[in-house]
Design a protein around this ligand. Sequence first.
Ligand SMILES: NC(=O)c1ccc[n+]([C@@H]2O[C@H](COP(=O)([O-])OP(=O)(O)OC[C@H]3O[C@@H](n4cnc5c(N)ncnc54)[C@H](OP(=O)(O)O)[C@@H]3O)[C@@H](O)[C@H]2O)c1
Length: 341
Amino acid sequence: MKAFVLEKYGRPLRPVDMPVPEPGPHQVLVRMIASGVNHADERTRTGEFKAVFRLDLPKVMGGELSGEVIAVGSQVTGLAVGDLVYGYTGVVAMGTWAEIVAVDADSLAPAPRSIPLVQAAALPVVALTAWQALVTIGRLEAGQTVLVHGGAGGVGAAAIQLAKHLGATVATTASASSAEVVRDLGADVIIDYRNEDFVERLAGTPVDIVIDTQAGEVTSRSLEVLRPGGIVVGIAGTPDPALADQAGAGPVVKLALSALSLRLRRRASRLGVRYRFLFIEPDGEALRAVAGLVDDGVLKPVVDRVLPFDDTPAALDQLLAGGTRGKVLVTIDSKEVTTHA
Ligand SMILES: NC(=O)c1ccc[n+]([C@@H]2O[C@H](COP(=O)([O-])OP(=O)(O)OC[C@H]3O[C@@H](n4cnc5c(N)ncnc54)[C@H](OP(=O)(O)O)[C@@H]3O)[C@@H](O)[C@H]2O)c1
């Protein structure tokens, strides 16, 4: 089978002919239909994550998928051959930029029935990020206020829709050309980040949760818009020591991450608010809930473009170049199973 493999950190991706993987007892084998490309894929390729997440190279890259189950491991109970599934494999397991992938069954869920299977590949990373930020960490309650930075991006679009569904008032930052997109997604307050200061715009509107898809100044200034006890959930900026525990990294890495985030955490503490870094984890159960929201018309995948699988490196380049609205996907087999119907 064809796969895009990371042979050495920093090397360009190239297609390689690989043997079809064998599923372990708790895994299923999935014939890929589509995969998303993510900024994290590039950070993995360059080695930016290597101090925290240890990989045995060479490794097939890619983390999210939609496809059809073609074999199940001996201990798998919830999935069967022929099921159409979607999921996120995680930053260490990866493996989805291939024609066939062996995936932990716990990382998968039946794909939403109301959208084409290709589009289901647009959801796992962004929906899990929004879910783990707003529900798992933020414990968002109806009536609260959420600020989503970069509302027209992949994560931002999912976060706006989920926060609205959960009963929040949603403010978002976006460039002027994205204003209509974020309004359609349900944003109540739209801030043009190129021409307006979000802290000034939100003065008098205390925020309960900020989802920070940016870094640096944006993260630090986001602490200022929170009500006492509020939280900035950072996903792109400064990692905190909890990431070392999550990754199973040693005390040296934990100390380094602690030092890296010290200024931010101290500032948060002085302001009576919190900062937490989120690095998403695979979660088939949350994806079952997400599929329900999609089928109920609450959450729509936002797809910027779909490229052929052979163009995976170009798809990643296009995401990194900026200006995309929603997800960039690659499709391995768009002609075959694309809907449940
Ligand atoms: N930690 C995790 O588990 C995790 C998970 C998923 C993603 N992430 C990270 O989250 C970030 C966003 O991911 P994504 O897939 O949503 O990216 P994306 O689709 O490329 O979207 C990025 C968005 O950021 C907006 N933007 C650029 N500069 C901005 C600024 N100064 N203020 C506010 N918005 C700004 C852009 O808006 P306009 O187009 O309107 O200009 C764009 O819509 C990436 O760094 C990614 O690596 C982390």
